[in-house]
Design a protein around this ligand. Structure first.
Ligand code: FAD
Length: 483
């Protein structure tokens, strides 16, 4: 048994949905495109699972958050796929792939062949067992990667009114789930080995702001230790959590967010891997020219950093999908992907965005006390702004830090940057400027050493700096808006 398609997307998550929309917009014919997913529902905006999906009232449910509503685009319901002749093969895993023969073998025993394959398999949640702790199968131990995990988490929340939860892990999932549990009136203790939450992205100072904010809402933090074991009742439910430091906590439920691993298994030994993902070029093409990889599973060149990165964020999933479709359908008109990493999170009434890279010296501005509501930071590396973070900004202000990070303005005086704060980014974003300076790429990374920043750029940056003084008052005078 078998079917053949021109384009096959393997995986039915965020990037698959955005790729499908672009294929259709670019005019694929009925019957040319197929999506195969082991999930039972059409692609949806995964970030909703740790936010709107967990609300005690008015919770988000499908079909409201099918892709591509997260980017204010069309909402692709199963009907949309049908109307556009896109074959949606749901609830079906792919168990093996043969990139030489251009075929995929599904769990139903069907062989699906393709001319072009897009790998959009994302990642899976790491399990406790991989760290030597048993108990993932207990009904009150929850992970959060897909909609079936989210349903299980909702059940656990509803079975634990006023109860106690331990959240293992202080990253994205841990922080967002902890906030949702508090909103559901569950007492939360967070446990993680690092010195502060979101250690890969946030500085201790920024992390402290969020931890204090959480503490004011009753969340307890136990840091610098890890889970050691569970105690179970006669029904197999976890009753107590023991930590390596000897602490024992009684629980009604446990949420585990200890990281993810990209789903590359089908292609190991067939495609080149890098940074734990599938290595692709700036067109998202893998080491096999008929095979592309996008989203969490792809390690792609980030021009601004002069190296390949694998990102685990929704914006890169969406944009990599669009770029890969363009590369496949209009290769001559598609350039190399030029992307500035962008992450965001929303918890309680907080909302932050981060652009670029968190490398170099950090310059803070605004009120970082737990009662403050707008603050931010710039990362300055080798004399240029390479990253920017903002909590509580307006749409225009987030756009300003995004543009500033892309332009990489030169900074000679960190104290002056601190004094100008957000006003600096606002001013930079309002000025027409020349191209950003070329990036110095280390010889080891690429074998190349690009030229130093141009004088013209420094001159422009100087003008920007002067203009930004005028924008200074803007930051302090503005009224806060949320979006
Ligand atoms: C709860 C949660 C909240 C998040 N919140 C944010 C946020 O606030 N901000 C942010 O920037 N990012 C967030 N993210 C990250 C973001 O959702 C991911 O970066 C994004 O989903 C990646 O898209 P993707 O298409 O690469 O992978 P996914 O969306 O994970 O899709 C992968 C798909 O492939 C399928 N699949 C895998 N292997 C097979 C196989 N062998 N056969 C068939 N199907 C297969 C999977 O079932 C899934 O449908 C969040 C993630 C989660 C889990």
């Amino acid at each position: 048994m078998g079917r053949a398609f021109v384009y096959v997307i393997l995986g039915g998550g965020v990037s698959a949905g955005y790729a499908a929309l672009d294929f259709v917009r670019r005019g694929v014919s009925h019957g040319e495109l197929c999506i195969i997913s082991d999930e039972s529902v059409a692609p949806y905006e995964r970030p909703a699972l740790s936010k709107g999906y967990l609300l005690p009232e008015g919770a988000a449910r499908l079909p409201s958050f099918h892709t591509c509503v997260g980017a204010n685009e069309e909402r692709l319901t199963p009907k949309w796929y049908k109307e556009h002749g896109v074959e949606l093969v749901l609830g079906t895993g792919v168990k093996s792939a043969d990139v030489k023969r251009k075929t995929l073998l599904t769990t139903t025993g069907e062989t699906i062949s393709y001319k072009f394959l897009i790998i959009a398999t994302g990642a899976r949640a790491l399990k406790l067992e991989e760290f030597g702790v048993n108990g993932s199968d207990a009904e009150n131990v929850c992970y959060l990667r897909d909609i079936s995990d989210a349903n299980r988490l909702v059940d656990a929340i509803q079975s634990s009114p006023g109860g106690n939860a331990v959240v293992i892990g202080g990253g994205y999932i841990g922080m967002e789930c902890a906030a949702s549990l508090v909103i559901n009136k569950i007492n939360v203790t967070m446990v993680f080995p690092e010195a502060h939450c979101m250690a890969r992205l946030l500085t201790p100072k920024i992390a402290n702001y969020y931890e204090e904010y959480y503490k004011l809402r009753g969340v307890k933090f136990i840091k610098g230790t890890v889970l050691s074991s569970f105690d179970f009742d006669s029904n197999g439910k976890v009753t107590d959590v023991t930590l390596r430091d000897g602490t024992k906590l009684s629980v009604d439920m446990v949420v585990v967010g200890i990281g993810i691993r990209p789903n590359t298994g089908l292609f190991e030994g067939q495609l080149t891997l890098e940074k734990g993902g599938i290595k692709v070029n700036g067109m998202f093409q893998s080491s096999n020219s008929s095979v592309y990889a996008i989203g969490d599973v792809a390690a792609f060149p980030v021009k601004a950093f002069g190296e390949k990165r694998r990102l685990e964020h929704v914006d890169s999933a969406r944009k990599s999908a669009k770029h890969a479709v363009s590369s496949i359908m209009e290769p001559d008109k598609t350039g190399e992907f030029d992307y500035i990493p962008f992450f965001y999170s929303r918890v309680f009434t907080l909302s932050w965005q981060f652009y670029g890279d968190n490398a170099g010296e950090v310059v803070y501005y605004g009120d970082l006390s737990a009662s403050g509501d707008t603050f931010g930071a710039y990362w300055v590396n080798k004399g240029h702004v390479v990253g920017a973070f903002l909590e509580g900004g307006t749409k225009e202000e987030y756009e300003a830090i995004a543009k500033t990070t892309k332009l990489r303005p030169a900074i000679e005086d960190l104290a002056e940057l601190e004094r100008q704060g957000l006003g600096f980014a606002v001013a930079v974003s309002q000025k027409p400027v020349a191209s950003p300076p070329p990036i110095e790429v280390s010889a080891s990374a690429s074998g190349l050493l690009l030229q130093k920043p141009l004088y013209a750029w420094h001159a422009t940056a100087g003008v920007v700096l002067a203009a930004s003084i005028a924008a200074f008052a803007y930051f302090y005078g503005k009224r806060r808006r949320r979006w």
